[in-house]
Design a protein around this ligand. Sequence first.
Ligand SMILES: Cc1ncc(COP(=O)(O)O)c(C=O)c1O
Length: 491
Amino acid sequence: MSKRKGSVDAPVLGAIDKSAGRVGEQLARMLREAISTEKLKPGERLPSTRALAISLDVARGTVTEAFGQLISEGYLEARIGAGTLVSRAWKEPEWRTRPPAFQSSPGGASSLPNTVARYAAAARALRAMPAVPFSIAVPKGDVALDDTWRRLSNKIRATQAAAPTTYGDPAGLSSLREAVADYVRKSRAVTCTAANVIITSGTQQGLYLASRVLLRAGDVAWAENPAYPGLTAVLADSQADLFRLPVDSSGMDLAHGISKFPPARAVFVTPSHQYPLGMPLSMPRRAALLTWARENDAWIVEDDYDSELRYAGHPFPSMQGLDPARVIYLGTYSKVLAPSLRLGYAVVPDPLVDAFAGARALIDRHSPIADQHVISAFMRDGHFETHVRRIRRIYAQRRAMLLDELGRQIPAVEIQPSDQGMHIVAWLPEGTDDCLIAEMAYMAGIAVRAITPMYEGPSPRPGLMLGFGGFSESQLREGVAKLKAILDQYS
Ligand SMILES: Cc1ncc(COP(=O)(O)O)c(C=O)c1O
């Protein structure tokens, strides 16, 4: 290779391994390395592409490609008449020469933004439970979506309408919005048209959208105490100040909020089936909450997560139907179809429709179109209501059987009165560490959720959430026996 003054020898780069392929990438990596370690110094001239190609025994185009890549990354610069030089502006960032603080010492993690710890805690709080008794929302066996779903799903996915195509409406597929509007009008006394319906990826997203659209920095939000951890994590992540209202046998204690807390911009509530305790919000309290919201220009976010599953009488009508201008109604397919579908809906007042659609678009544009087509057809053809009727009957039997079995095997637990949903709450004897019991249960192959972490401040009593939906009677019986053994071992 002819060597001009100031140019570098190829040996500083090392040898190319042609058998490993991607020769251009190898060369670029070697050049980067040589510059970073100052074997090649700023301002130093590289051999011509021709000379370097001969010296390395590679195609000239390969060298040109590697130079081009490093010029665009700022390691090299091309000068007319002077060839290619190591960039004179190049300076290895100081941090590249030492490991990041958080890798070298655990204390260094304090340099991470506090959002990191908050989101990591949310990941722990919302981690999926294994599909063993008493996990909640496990659509397996008799309560799984059946052949009708599979056949319809395959048929729809094969149609042109559901074929992959361009972006869709962030508010959702119009036929699904129609189907949802028909369904919630009829079964939940929701007042709306399809134009009020926003298809979401589940109620979790509905809660997130509501918090983003409704709450500004410094606003106040009220939520129940205890509450769904996915809601409290969303509100902790918002710019609002959160106040928790106690719950008694009539549901959320509004009077407590009014007398003790600053007025809320938005109130998040589970009026049909308080989460996790299960009582409905009484009619007088619903009326009082709506009146208060009107007088204080506040929004109500109604999380109606499992009201289809009421076992005594008909499901309670929604609060939204009593004041559609004040209430954001959230529904989900997670409980009655399957959580893995990640589909649900929000019914929002006219002035909020575009904002909810826009907030949705900022997250992920919209839910997959093919999935929306499938649920839309499932609802339109009447299969959805047939499925809900079928699983409600099975759940009612399993629930009665679980209550019986708990009473027989573990009389020390007290069952929280409730007549709907896919879980029950079993109160444990005073002083029991429900989180420890939940951990012991996990090790023993059953899945229960502890109640105390769902409270802000001390929980009045320790307790466990037990889901019964996806398990046969014998699995439930066995689960109760395991739980009894754990409680015996604990005490
Ligand atoms: C009270 C409550 N709200 C919201 C959700 C979130 O449901 P989805 O799966 O629709 O996001 C859940 C899920 O368990 C829940 O229990």
